[in-house]
Design a protein around this ligand. Structure first.
Ligand code: MN
Length: 203
């Protein structure tokens, strides 16, 4: 089994004006596709890992042959991270309704607004290329490059924001703040809420 580029649940132009069709096309068809292809190529010579899921690969990097560990980390991380990123967005966004997830956010941050503020601050101040995550433990964490919380422990990301320049430069140039603000308008809270519920019912 090899990994495949996931189909999006919306069209490339549907997230406009927050994210342009041009960025979505490049980001999905070129950047994400390249992560998938390079991951598959790296694992070709090790068929014994062909039934490992992407989560298994990323959470057990140290069990892989040394010569592919970094490639699986970078390219596999890129595949997982982007697959989640696309799902965290939907045209026009959805509402964060009262739910167990909503309550967990309020317990941790005081309010949804405060959570959004904290997440935004982390996204603005992350140096270089990387991601900002909300984990299933309702923590905000950042990671460099294509790393993610699966690699560093038992936390699973519920949502992630790509702050690599390729995610926004065509539309926003150096104005990362404007990209982050626009992104909040396309967040699919229903998806994130379901992910929280799934993660917590499995415990
Ligand atoms: Mn990206």
């Amino acid at each position: 089994m090899s990994f495949v580029l996931p189909v999006l649940k919306y069209s490339y132009e549907d997230l406009q004006p927050a994210i342009s069709r041009e960025i979505m096309e490049l980001h999905h068809l070129k950047h994400h596709k390249a992560y998938v292809d390079k991951l598959n190529r790296a694992l070709e010579k090790y068929p014994e890992y062909s039934d490992w899921t992407i989560v298994e690969l990323l959470s057990r990097l140290d069990q892989l042959p040394q010569d592919v560990q970094q490639t699986v980390r970078d390219q596999g991380g890129g595949h997982y991270n982007h697959s989640l990123f696309w799902q965290c967005m939907t045209p026009g966004g959805t509402i964060l309704d009262s739910s167990e997830f909503y309550n967990a956010i309020v317990r941790k941050f005081g309010s949804v607004e405060r959570f959004v503020e904290d997440f935004t601050t982390q996204a603005r101040s992350l140096f270089g290329s990387g991601w900002v995550w909300l984990t299933n433990d309702v923590d905000i964490v950042t990671s460099a490059n294509q790393d993610n919380p699966i690699m560093s422990g038992d936390q699973e990301p519920l949502m992630g924001l790509d702050v690599w320049e390729h995610a926004y430069y065509l539309d926003y140039q150096n104005k990362r703040d404007d990209y982050i603000q626009a992104w909040w308008g396309v967040v699919d809270w229903e998806f994130v809420t379901k992910r929280y519920d799934t993660s917590h019912s499995n415990r």
